[in-house]
Design a protein around this ligand. Structure first.
Ligand code: HEC
Ligand code: HEC
Length: 294
């Protein structure tokens, strides 16, 4: 807060508290005088029912004074007056950081003991998998779904189809360093995309018009799909070129979606988690993902 705002806040806050104090004192003495003189408030009900101008009961008045004292003491100890940090030096951020540090200290030995185990072994440890699942729900479920079932553009992690490989090492690398799948836009026109779609569908046993499939097969080589997805469409996990012959799809298996991919290309990005989660939590997550399909 700049110096100007700092004083603005301090002056208004203190002035408000003092104004409350003044208002309470003023009304109570003023009303006490009125009562002595036998004055009424001037309100009349049912023709003759009147109200004395009584001050507040004493205990009630004291409650007001106590809240004022409380406010002053609070302002002395906690931040509230502009940039003044308060005698306790408390801050929301500081409290959050202390809690995180305490939790890290408490859980660090547990994560460290998990990190010593190999991924396949860790995947059989029920207690470890419970923590793994909690981490997954926190950090991964937004994209991959709460049961790792995936969604359009976000691969299913619970089946045996892998873009980048399902070995313990490959899964861990996916998590630590992230992945970037680039299928370029190759300027393919709608008519050719139609044929290529028919061919791609035929690769996973979904037949359609044979002449379309044949034409698509020729284009598959001519247009260079073969260079990435391989001569049989099996893809390559080392480079993240998806297998087109299985029933696992990143973007969905409908002819419309496949045609869209062929015409426009795709760019799926799995963010890196090395700096964010660290090695040990990523290790546990890799074991959790591994356990889903093994
Ligand atoms: C912002 C969304 C997003 C988040 C968050 C995310 N992922 Fe991913 N993940 C993706 C995308 C997109 C891909 C596919 C990348 C591609 O197209 O090649 C992917 C791919 C993967 C793969 C490789 C799958 C394969 O078939 O080879 C693994 C393993 C994985 N993610 C695990 C995780 C884990 C564990 C977490 C939590 C720490 C996580 N992801 C968080 C978007 C996300
Ligand atoms: C430079 C390498 C490259 C070339 C060339 C290429 N692809 Fe791809 N293709 C990819 C990658 C990488 C992905 C995954 C994109 C992602 O992860 O977001 C992909 C995804 C796809 C998908 C979607 C798969 C799914 O699971 O949803 C289809 C279908 C496809 N490609 C068909 C083709 C066809 C047909 C051609 C030829 C016209 C072709 N690709 C050319 C690299 C390539």
């Amino acid at each position: 807060m700049s110096a100007g705002w700092n004083w603005y806040v301090i002056i208004f806050t203190v002035a408000n508290i003092l104004a409350c104090f003044w208002l309470i004192r003023y009304t109570s003495t003023f009303k006490a005088e009125q009562k002595e003189k036998g004055e009424t408030t001037g309100h009349v009900w049912d023709g003759d029912l009147q109200e004395y101008s009584n001050p507040l009961p004493r205990w009630w008045l004291w409650l007001f004074y106590i809240t004022i004292v409380f406010a002053l003491v609070y302002m002395a100890f906690y931040p509230g007056l502009g940039n003044y940090k308060g005698m306790f030096g408390w801050s929301q951020k500081g409290q959050y950081e202390d809690e995180i540090a305490a939790a890290d200290k408490q859980f660090a030995p547990i994560f460290a003991s998990y990190a010593e185990k190999g991924i396949p072994e860790l995947a059989k440890d029920a207690q470890a998998m419970e923590s793994g699942q909690r981490l997954f729900l926190n950090y991964c479920a937004t994209c991959h779904g709460s049961a790792a079932q995936g969604a359009k553009g976000f691969p299913n992690l619970s089946d045996k189809n892998w873009i980048w490989g399902g070995s313990p090492e490959a899964i861990k690398i996916s998590i630590l360093d992230g992945r970037n799948g680039v299928m370029p836009n190759m300027g393919i026109n709608s008519e050719d995309a139609e044929k290529l779609t028919a061919y791609v569908l035929s690769l996973s046993g979904r037949g359609s018009d044979n002449s379309l499939v044949e034409a698509g097969k020729t284009l598959y080589t001519e247009k260079g799909c073969i260079g990435c997805h391989g001569p049989d469409g099996n893809g390559n996990v080392a480079t993240g070129f998806p297998n087109l012959t299985d029933d696992g799809w990143i973007y969905g298996n409908s002819p419309g979606v496949i045609k869209e991919t062929i015409m426009n290309g795709r760019n799926g990005v799995m963010p890196a988690h090395r700096d964010f989660l660290g090695e040990e939590k990523s290790h546990l997550l890799a074991a959790y993902v591994y356990s889903l399909s093994n």
